[in-house]
Design a protein around this ligand. Sequence first.
Ligand code: SF4
Ligand code: SF4
Length: 551
Amino acid sequence: MFCYQCEQTASNTGCTITGICGKNPETAALQDLLIDAAKGISRYAHRARKLGKKDRSVDRFLIEALFTTVTNVNFDPERMEALLREAHQILKTSRTMCEAAYKEAEKQLEPLNSSCTWVPAPDQNGLIEQGEMVGIRKRFESLGEDITGLQELLLYGVKGAASYAQHAMVLGKEDDEIYGFFHEALDALTKKDPSVDELFALNMRCGEISVKTLALLDGANTSAYGNPEPTNVRWGAIPGKAILISGHDLNDLEKLLIQTEGKGINVYTHGEMLPTHGYPGLKKYKHLVGHYGGAWMKQRTEFSQFPGAILMTTNCIQEPREDYKDSIFTCGLVAWPGVTHIADQDFSQVIEKALACEGFTTETEEKSLVVGFGHHAVLGIADQIIDAVKSGAIKHFFLIGGCDGAESGRNYYSDLVEAMPKDTVALTLGCGKFRILEADMGDIGGIPRRIDMGQCNDSYSAVKVAMALADAFETDVNGLPLSLVISWFEQKAVCVLLALLHLGVTDIRLGPKLPAFITPTVLNVLVEKFRIKPSGNVEDDLAAMLNKNAG
Ligand code: SF4
Ligand code: SF4
């Protein structure tokens, strides 16, 4: 196997024996094959679209296939095999649509590549062998590391955007332009002799589409559940039967809340489900009682201690320990071998399990967290913020966004917050926030010094606020007293990074390590064009960020 799509990749070069995440070589090969099949599907779909033909089942399958291969989503070879068999059906649908479009237009379809003519092997071992033939390594040999790295940057950006599009899709919001770009990008990835310039331009287009996708998801979430409001969340437990829900999916949470209503079960959020407490349409359920635990990488310890049922909705799942393997359930695209998977959002097995478990018998120490500062809430106090900046009460904002991870080096983010001068404000997004949630940062004239803007899925809030402040100060985002510090872990963060680059944001500090797929040559281009900086030491970085607009 070879995989270098996430930040924890082995030796920061690539997982080759088994994934640090727990992905075994067999599942890695099946995922590579699914991506290859997706490229074939898109090659046909992109050509058909140019002639005005499209098929929603093809578009929807594509985003699910891409999301499935994101880090920490699907580790189950059985489910991968089922998806591959479905991919073959979708490939045939896409091919038929494309051939019909060409016939109608009296055009000749040029010879297509092996992704388009793939026929799945009859058994799982055969599929694994097919997957081993289409991995990244082959392209290192034929295209070199720079081109392959730029191709993977595009693929990972598209995977991240597809994940956001899938969250929006389950809430009934879709956008044809977004689907069209995904097909175009995957088709481009099958090109035999791509140039650096071409791939760079596609990566920037991916950033543009990422902004649109983040806006689509923001609209989907807020139209379904209202605008998030600042909300105090209990961080701790109360006596009673309990279900813990983790991942990111708001729709799964809503369905669980509806199905548990009146059953005497308390529902707790875990990890990146924390910001869901701010949505009026979700917090109205009184049995959504609080939050339990921290960021995703602590789940093995925290789930072991949870005395109820656990539901994992999307990424980021880790290998379940034996002591909670029969209490954890997966749904949607996330899967782990041997863990019961819930189809069609019927959570009765989760409810039965919760009722059979002891639940909490005592109240645990209660702490309170404030969430719910989406763009609507922050822009609601925009005048106060603008006055505070003009009067000098607020000197600088730090947007600390992105994912958390298990390895060392991530103390950078908590150390940075600790060192921040008292007249500065931290805006947080993604599970990186758990590093600094407990710090008592106080406020500046009633404006909290720590403002949590939500999940990484809510990055559009940060974009919207930054744009509005730039307007108010008659500058662009780079002219604001604002620094972006991005902690990346997986492909959603790649999508957010490309979105920021598309918006022309410069001087982003990226860490804790640079992606292995960004080769020195590509890094030079990013540094030259966008002044991207690897995060360094806190003291120097802080001084540079505070002085960014000086002179
Ligand atoms: S997703 Fe990350 S940890 Fe898992 S195999 Fe790929 S690079 Fe390794
Ligand atoms: S922010 Fe990233 S690492 Fe954190 S839970 Fe979400 S997807 Fe996983």
